[in-house]
Design a binder for this molecule. Structure first.
Ligand code: IMP
Ligand code: MG
Length: 339
């Protein structure tokens, strides 16, 4: 079975936690990371916290093979640092076509006033490397001696695993409305960030996809520039305890209440079969650490059911705290689990 996890808003919805949970709960054979090192995914598990920019978030489950998509972009220093921090040296592989961001890309963005000023880019060199890739001059993984022994054919590995009926999870990055095609252009990132794009980044066709899980946070945040309907003042963000700092850049995230219209649009653009909602405990503190649907207060269940009705899609996973284990998994009761 192939599942794709995507962000439903502007990134930072908590995809890392959801993917890490699915790794532990479902023990897929393979987890593939897409996107690039501008996307930070946070995993908190058993008192430890990892801020991942390239290693798949499902790494906490020990036997999963970890792959980086041919459509992804790495930086060598970021990759090796994270492999060390996660202890994943022997089970992490890249595709020979995975792109490599070099110093020249980072430098060229740093002095680009359009990206730094108007767009509020993370300035990690990702856009510059993508531009070089389109111009067919970006260097790819197979050209680097440092990566020898870590290169594997990712599309073949994934498609063969699916032929054998093994489970595979694809970890998308950022959010639907940061998509180069479907987002709030020009305030977007340098790639499409919808489920179809992540399937393409990995090298699996649309007919192979079984589940698309769109991840929303209980409120909306956005870093960098661009429209944000219902945006709250900084004082109000602090008062509601919605204040967050960006994983990669450390910037304070802008925030607004949950946006049903965006959620509907994201569900359609990704053809989501399931939705996840994270940080429920920030909106409703009494839900902190709850792991059973029936133990949620009535008004909270109603709040979630209203969203389900609006997006016409079941909310199967609900985050109630930072730790990967703080989650309500309704997939069995809603008929989503085969095994
Ligand atoms: P860039 O992709 O780094 O050039 O940034 C373009 C826009 O996308 C900026 O507003 C960034 O803050 C935003 N962005 C890029 N990656 C992420 C992410 O992983 N999470 C949240 N925002 C992101
Ligand atoms: Mg993030």
């Amino acid at each position: 079975m192939l599942s794709i996890v995507v962000g439903g808003f502007f990134g930072d919805e908590g995809k890392g936690k959801i993917v890490a949970y699915l790794g532990l709960a479902d023990k897929p054979a393979i987890a593939v990371r897409c996107g690039a090192i501008n996307a930070g995914h946070t995993v908190t598990y058993n008192g430890r916290k990892w801020k991942l920019r390239i290693v798949p978030s499902a790494f906490i489950s020990r036997n999963i093979e970890l792959l980086i998509a041919p459509g992804a972009l790495i930086r060598l220093d970021v990759l090796f640092k994270e492999i060390d921090e996660t202890g994943t040296k022997c089970r992490l592989f890249l595709d020979k076509h995975t792109g490599v961001i070099e110093l020249c890309h980072v430098e060229s963005e740093r002095y680009n006033s359009f990206l730094a000023g108007k767009i509020g880019s993370t300035l990690q060199g990702v856009g510059a490397a993508m531009a070089d890739r389109v111009l067919r001059k970006l260097r790819l993984a197979y050209e680097f001696d440092e990566l020898k022994g870590m290169v594997k054919n990712v599309p073949d590995t994934v498609n063969e695993a699916l032929d054998k009926d093994h489970d595979v999870i694809i970890e998308g990055t950022q959010g639907t409305f940061l998509s180069l095609y479907h987002g709030t252009y020009p305030y977007v990132t340098s790639r499409d960030t919808t489920a179809s794009a992540f399937a393409s980044e990995v090298g699996v066709g649309p007919k192979r996809v079984d589940e698309v899980i769109v991840v929303f946070k209980a409120y909306v945040t956005r870093v960098g520039s661009g429209p944000l309907d219902g945006e709250l003042s900084f004082d109000e963000i602090v008062r509601r305890r919605w204040c967050e700092k960006a994983t990669v850049t450390g910037r304070v995230r802008r925030a607004a209440p949950f946006n049903i219209e965006l959620a509907k649009k994201a569900t359609i653009l990704n053809s989501a079969t399931q939705a996840a909602i994270t940080k429920l405990d920030i909106l409703f503190p009494e839900t902190q650490g709850v792991t059973e649907w029936g133990k949620l207060p009535y008004k909270v269940r109603k709040w979630i059911e209203n969203i389900e009705d609006a997006i016409n899609t079941p909310v199967t996973l609900i985050g109630t705290g930072e730790d990967v284990k703080h989650i309500i998994d309704r997939r069995r009761e809603l008929g989503f689990l085969r095994r």
